[in-house]
Design a protein around this ligand. Structure first.
Ligand SMILES: [Mg+2]
Length: 331
C-alpha cells in the first residue's frame, strides 16, 4: 500500500494552530450531546414539523457529486460550505427525534468495538460507482467490474425509495419487471477491496450510505462477501432528509461512542453538515482507473487518525471545514 499523504493534506496541515484553542473555538458542548430516540409525542412531532418548515426556507440548490472532481476541490468546498453555513439554523437534534433514523444502528455501550475508532464509509462515488444512468452501458470498450442484482422491497417502496427507484427504473436495462429484480453495472474504485481489508484491521468499519437498503446490501455483499470487514450498515433511513435534496449523516445516532472517535469518509460535503470536523472529503469516483484517492486517504487514516485522542482536532487542522464555515456564516 502506498501510504504517501497528498500535498493537499500537507498544505492544510501547515495551517495548524494550538489544539486547545481549536477545542474551545469549535465545540459547543450542547451541539455534541448524545441524542437518543424518544417516543413519539405531540411535542416531538411538532419539533420535526418545525425542522421541515425551517428546511423548506433554505434558498440554495445543493451542488451535485459531479462538481466534486479532481482540481475543483477549493471551489467545491467554498460553495458547499457556504450552503452548510446557511443550514446552521436547522436543529438537527429535532430531526433525530424521528425514531426511524435509529433503526439498525449499532450500540457500543458495552465496548464491543474493543476501543477501536468507528470508521464510516460512504458507498456511491466513494467506494464504487453504479451506472444507473446507463452512461457506459453501450460503450463496448468499457467493462463493468461487476453486475449487481437487487430486488425491490414492495413494503418500503413508497416510504423509502420513492422517486429514487422510480427514476432508476426507467433507466435500467434488462429489468425483469415481473420479478421486480434490478441489475446495474458497477465500477470499483481502485484499491477499494484492499482499502477495506487494511482499515478493518485498525478500525471498526461500517458503511453509511444515503442509498436504499435493497441496493446497498447487494453492493456491500459484493465488497465484503465473507462479511468479516464491514461490521454494520446504515442506509437512507438513517440519514436526515433535508428537503429531499440533501441527506445529512448525523453521527450522534451511533450509541456508546464519543464523537471524538468517529470518522466519516464521503464524497458529498453535505453528509458532514451535522458534524463537520468528523468528515474526510474524498473526490467523487465514476470510472477513473488511475484514481488513487483511497490510497491517499489510507495514508492519512493510519498516519494521523488511528491513535489520536480526538479525530476532530486533527481533521480540523488538515481541512479547516469548521473554520471556513464559521467565516462564511459570519459574512
Ligand atoms: Mg456518495
Amino acid at each position: 500500500m502506498n501510504l504517501e499523504v497528498t500535498s493537499r493534506y500537507r498544505q492544510s496541515h501547515s495551517l495548524k494552530s494550538e489544539r486547545q484553542e481549536y477545542r474551545e473555538k469549535l465545540f459547543n458542548p450542547e451541539d455534541n450531546e448524545a441524542v437518543s430516540p424518544k417516543k413519539y409525542g405531540h411535542k416531538i412531532k411538532k419539533n420535526i414539523r418545525e425542522f421541515k418548515k425551517q428546511a423548506s426556507k433554505l434558498e440554495f440548490y445543493p451542488l451535485g457529486s459531479r462538481e466534486n472532481y479532481p482540481g475543483n476541490y477549493d471551489n467545491y468546498l467554498q460553495m458547499t460550505l457556504s450552503h452548510i453555513a446557511q443550514m446552521k439554523c436547522l436543529r438537527f437534534d429535532h430531526a433525530l427525534e424521528d425514531k426511524k433514523i435509529f433503526k439498525g444502528v449499532p450500540d457500543y455501550t458495552n465496548g464491543q468495538n474493543n476501543g477501536k475508532k468507528i470508521l464510516l464509509l460512504d458507498l456511491d462515488e466513494t467506494l464504487i460507482h453504479a451506472d444507473f444512468n446507463g452512461e457506459f452501458y453501450n460503450d463496448k470498450s468499457i467493462k463493468y467490474d461487476a453486475i449487481i442484482k437487487f430486488k425491490e422491497n414492495e413494503k418500503d417502496f413508497e416510504e423509502n425509495c420513492g422517486e429514487y427507484i422510480e427514476k432508476r427504473r426507467m433507466k435500467l436495462e434488462k429489468l425483469e419487471e415481473e420479478e421486480k429484480e434490478y441489475r446495474v453495472g458497477i465500477f470499483l474504485r481502485r484499491g477499494a477491496k484492499q482499502f477495506l481489508a487494511e482499515v478493518s484491521k485498525y478500525f471498526e468499519v461500517g458503511i453509511f450510505t444515503a442509498s436504499v437498503k435493497e441496493y446497498a446490501d447487494a453492493v456491500i455483499d459484493y465488497l465484503d462477501p465473507d462479511k468479516n470487514m464491514i461490521k454494520f450498515r446504515l442506509y437512507r433511513n438513517n440519514c436526515i432528509n433535508v428537503n429531499d435534496k440533501i441527506y445529512v449523516k448525523d453521527l450522534r445516532i451511533i450509541k456508546g461512542v464519543d464523537l471524538k472517535d468517529i470518522i466519516l469518509i464521503d464524497n458529498s460535503m453535505y453528509s458532514f453538515t451535522a458534524q463537520l470536523t468528523n468528515g474526510i472529503l474524498i473526490n467523487s469516483f465514476y470510472n477513473d482507473k488511475n484514481d488513487i484517492e483511497l490510497y491517499n486517504v489510507l495514508g492519512y487514516l493510519l498516519n494521523f487518525l488511528y491513535k489520536v485522542d480526538d479525530v476532530r482536532l486533527i481533521n480540523e487542522q488538515f481541512f479547516n471545514f469548521q473554520r471556513i464555515t464559521n467565516d462564511l456564516g459570519a459574512n
